[in-house]
Write a protein of this length. Structure first.
Length: 270
C-alpha cells in the first residue's frame, strides 16, 4: 500500500517526510492542523531536519501558532526547534527537554487556535512521554507511534513499557467509543478510517505476542542447556522462535519488544 500524505477531514493535512526505512515505513507523517476559517495552524511532529521537508510544511502551514510533539524520538522531533524558530512560535511537549518556550503539554490540555481544538491524551508505553491528540471537529485522533497506519509499533525496553502501553491502547479504545472518534491519523503509514477496529487489532496482537513469548520462555527454560542461557542472550533466543517468520532486519527492534514483554511478565519487581 503506497502512502504519500494529503488532506483529511476539515482540519488535517499530512506532509510526508522523505525519510523512509524499515522503522519509519514511508516516512514520518507531519500533521498540519487548521480550522478552515482560520489562517493560523498547529504543526504536529515536524520530523527530521531536512530542508525540503521543512519548506513543504511551511508552504502548507502558513501562520504557525504552535508546534506540538507526540514524543521525543528524533524522526518526530529533530526539526521541532528549528522549525518553530523559523515561524516564531513555541514547541510544546511533555518532556521539558524538547520544549521551546515556557508552555508544556500534558494530559487534559486543550490547544485552541483559531476555532481549532486539539485535546491532549496521555498515552505512555511506546515511550514514557508519548501523547495522542484528539481533534473533535474531525472525530480523529493523532497517535504518533502509539498506533501506526500499517503494521504494529515497537515498545522498546527500557523506555517503552508494555503494561503502560496496553493501558494506553485500552484507554484510546474507550475514548474512541465514548467520543465517536472514527479516524486514526498516525505518525507513520496511511490514515485508518476504523479507529475501534485498529485498536481491537492492536490489543489482540499484543496479547497474542505476549502469550507466544510466555510459551517460548517456558520451553527454553525447560530444555537442558549444559552452559545455560544468559539473561542477555535470552531475548534473542526468544526472537528466533517467536519472530521466525519476520524479516531478520527487524529482529533488533523485535528484541527490544521482547525485553519489554519479559519485564512485563516478570512483574513489578523486575
Amino acid at each position: 500500500m503506497s502512502w504519500a500524505g494529503g488532506s483529511f477531514g476539515d482540519t488535517g493535512t499530512c506532509v510526508l517526510a522523505p525519510n523512509p526505512d524499515f522503522m519509519t515505513l514511508d516516512g514520518t507523517n507531519t500533521w498540519v492542523l487548521r480550522d478552515p476559517d482560520s489562517s493560523r495552524s498547529v504543526v504536529v511532529d515536524p520530523g527530521p531536519s531536512i530542508a525540503s521537508h521543512l519548506d513543504a510544511i511551511s508552504a502548507v502551514a502558513g501562520d504557525v501558532a504552535a508546534v506540538l510533539l507526540t514524543h521525543h524520538h528524533a524522526d518526530h522531533s529533530e526539526a521541532a526547534r528549528e522549525f518553530a524558530e523559523r515561524h516564531g512560535c513555541g514547541v510544546r511537549a511533555l518532556d521539558p527537554g524538547y520544549r521551546l518556550g515556557s508552555e508544556g503539554l500534558g494530559e487534559g490540555d486543550v490547544v485552541a487556535i483559531g476555532g481549532l481544538e486539539v485535546h491532549v491524551v496521555g498515552t505512555p508505553g511506546h515511550t514514557a512521554d508519548s501523547l495522542c491528540f484528539v481533534v473533535p471537529q474531525d472525530r480523529a485522533v493523532l497517535t504518533g507511534d502509539t498506533v501506526l497506519g500499517r503494521g504494529t509499533t515497537v515498545v522498546a525496553h527500557p523506555d517503552g513499557q508494555l503494561g503502560a502501553y496496553l493501558s494506553s491502547l485500552e484507554r484510546l479504545h474507550a475514548l474512541c467509543g465514548e467520543e465517536g472518534i472514527t479516524a486514526v491519523w498516525p505518525g507513520h503509514g496511511p490514515v485508518i478510517d476504523d479507529a475501534l477496529g485498529a485498536l481491537d487489532y492492536y490489543l489482540a496482537h499484543r496479547r497474542e505476542r505476549l502469550e507466544q513469548v510466555r510459551v517460548a520462555l517456558a520451553d527454553l527454560q525447560a530444555q537442558p542447556h549444559p552452559e545455560g542461557i544468559s539473561t542477555d542472550d535470552l531475548p534473542q533466543r526468544i526472537v528466533e522462535v517467536v519472530y521466525a517468520d519476520v524479516d531478520p532486519v527487524l529482529w533488533g527492534a523485535a528484541e527490544l519488544s521482547v525485553r519489554a514483554q519479559l519485564a512485563y511478565l516478570a512483574g513489578p519487581t523486575a
